[in-house]
Design a protein around this ligand. Structure first.
Ligand SMILES: Cc1ncc(COP(=O)(O)O)c(C=O)c1O
Length: 407
C-alpha cells in the first residue's frame, strides 16, 4: 500500500501555494518546540505552523528596497518548476533516473558556454564549488603549482587553494579595487591566475587583458558574468580567452539556490582530468559533487521565460539603477563614492565618519550592506533586484542627510 505522506496531496499543495501568494505578517507564529517530536503531525498543520515563520521571517528579495546583497528575487516560473523538482527528486549522478533533467542541463550549458568562448562545463551548487572545480582541473591538467590572485578575491579561492594544497600569492589592488597587473610576478608559467569579473565587495572587474599570461587563467565571474547578455558585454572583453569561468546562476541569472556552473575552454580535457568512475555508476562522475539535483531545468525554464532579451533588460535595469545611485553620491559633497561602479555594485559612505551609523540606521531595513576595504568601513548596495526603487531610496537618503546636517 502506498504511504500517504508520499502521495500527491492537491489540497496541501494548493494551501501552500495560496500562502505563498499572501502577505503574511511576521511574528505571529507559535515557535517550533525544542523537543524532537515523537509522533508526526498532520501535514496541513505543519504548513500552518511553519508558514508564518518560513514565509514571514525572511528578507523579501523582490521588495523595492532590497538592494543589499548579491541575492536576487527568483521568477515565479522557478517556484513552479522547483515544486516538480522536489516531487521528482532526480539525481543527475544517475543519468537513467533523470534523462530530461540531464538534457536540460546540457542544453543550458550548450547555450551559455559559447557566449564566453567556452566549449562546455557542468552545473554546481554554487561558485565556491565552481571555483574549487576549476582550480582542481588547472592542477590536474596544467600542473600548476601556485594560485595568484588579488587581495579582493572571494574567500572561496583561498578555501580551494587550501583543499588542493596549493600556495596562494596575493597581489595588491589599486584605489579602484582592481588587481594591479604590474605587481604580478614575471614568471607565471606554473601558476593559475584568478581574475575577478565582479569582486564581492565592490563588483570590480580585474584587467581581463591579463588573461593568457599565466599557465592557466580562471575568471571568477560568479557575480558579473551574466553581463555578457547586455549592452555592457564589452566590459567582459577578453573573458573568452580564459581557461575556466565560474558563474553563479543564483545571482544574476535569478535562480533559486543552489545553482552555479563551471565552464571550460577545453571542456573535454578539463572534465576528463576531474572524472572518477565506480562500479555502481554507468557514466563517470565529473567534478566535485556526487549526487546533485536537477538545477538545469529551473535555468532552462527561466531562459525560456525571459529569453536573452529579457535577461538583458533586467540586468541592464539593475545597472541603470546603480548608476542613478552612484551619480547621486558622486555629485553630493556629503557623500564619498569608492569608485564608479562597473557591475551594479555601489560602494559609498558619508564624508563625515560620524554620520555612518545615523545613515545606516535611517535607511530601510535590508537595503544596504557594509564592507571593509583596506580596513575602512563602507556601505554597499548591490543591484540584483530588477524591482528595486532607487528614486524612493534616494529620497529617503536625502531626508536622512538633511536631518543629520541639522544635528
Ligand atoms: C565573486 C564571488 N565568487 C565566489 C562566490 C562564492 O559563491 P557561492 O556563495 O555561490 O558559493 C561569491 C559569493 O558571493 C562571489 O561573490
Amino acid at each position: 500500500m502506498m504511504d500517504e505522506k508520499f502521495l500527491p496531496d492537491k489540497e496541501l499543495l494548493v494551501k501552500a501555494v495560496s500562502l505563498l501568494c499572501e502577505e503574511i505578517p511576521a511574528g505571529r507564529a507559535d515557535r517550533v518546540s525544542s523537543n524532537f517530536p515523537v509522533d508526526g503531525m498532520d501535514s496541513s498543520e505543519v504548513i500552518d505552523l511553519l508558514a508564518p515563520q518560513i514565509l514571514a521571517d525572511a528578507a523579501k528579495l523582490g521588495a523595492p528596497t532590497s538592494i543589499a546583497h548579491m541575492d536576487p528575487p527568483t521568477p515565479t516560473i522557478t517556484w513552479a518548476v522547483s515544486l516538480w523538482n522536489a516531487a521528482l527528486n532526480q539525481n543527475l549522478l544517475h543519468p537513467a533516473t533523470a534523462p530530461f533533467a540531464l538534457e536540460a542541463e546540457k542544453t543550458v550549458i550548450k547555450w551559455l558556454a559559447p557566449l564566453f568562448g567556452m566549449t562546455g562545463g557542468h552545473m554546481t551548487s554554487g561558485s565556491t564549488v565552481a571555483n574549487l572545480t576549476a582550480l582542481w582541473a588547472a592542477r590536474e591538467q596544467a600542473n600548476v603549482e601556485q594560485i595568484v590572485m588579488s587581495d579582493k578575491t572571494h574567500l572561496s579561492l583561498e578555501k580551494a587553494a587550501n583543499i588542493l594544497g596549493l600556495p596562494v600569492l596575493k597581489i595588491g589592488t589599486g584605489s579602484d579595487g582592481k588587481l594591479l597587473v604590474n605587481k604580478l610576478p614575471d614568471d607565471l608559467s606554473r601558476s593559475v591566475l584568478v581574475l575577478n569579473a565582479g569582486t564581492t565587495s565592490t563588483g570590480m572587474i580585474d584587467p581581463l587583458e591579463a588573461i593568457g599570461i599565466a599557465k592557466w587563467t580562471h575568471v571568477d565571474g560568479a557575480w558579473a558574468a551574466p553581463m555578457i547578455f547586455t549592452k555592457y558585454a564589452e566590459r567582459l572583453k577578453g573573458i573568452e580567452l580564459a581557461d575556466s569561468i565560474s558563474i553563479s546562476a543564483h545571482k544574476w541569472l535569478f535562480q533559486p539556490k543552489d545553482s552555479a556552473m563551471v565552464l571550460f575552454r577545453d571542456n573535454e580535457s578539463a572534465s576528463n582530468s576531474i572524472s572518477f568512475g565506480a562500479d555502481y555508476l554507468n557514466e563517470p562522475n565529473i567534478g566535485v559533487l556526487g549526487s546533485r539535483g536537477a538545477k538545469g531545468v529551473l535555468l532552462l525554464a527561466t531562459i525560456l521565460s525571459f529569453g536573452k532579451r529579457g535577461l538583458a533588460q533586467r540586468i541592464e535595469g539593475c545597472v541603470r539603477n546603480s548608476e542613478i545611485l552612484s551619480h547621486f553620491v558622486a555629485n553630493d559633497m556629503r557623500l564619498n563614492l569608492f569608485a564608479n561602479p562597473e557591475t551594479a555594485v555601489v560602494v559609498w559612505r558619508p564624508s563625515e565618519p560620524d554620520y555612518f551609523d545615523l545613515v545606516l540606521n535611517g535607511l530601510p531595513e535590508g537595503s544596504v550592506s557594509t564592507t571593509r576595504l583596506d580596513g575602512d568601513l563602507w556601505f554597499r548596495n548591490v543591484f540584483a533586484n530588477p524591482s528595486a526603487d532607487v528614486e524612493t531610496y534616494l529620497a529617503r537618503l536625502e531626508e536622512i542627510l538633511k536631518k543629520s546636517s541639522t544635528l
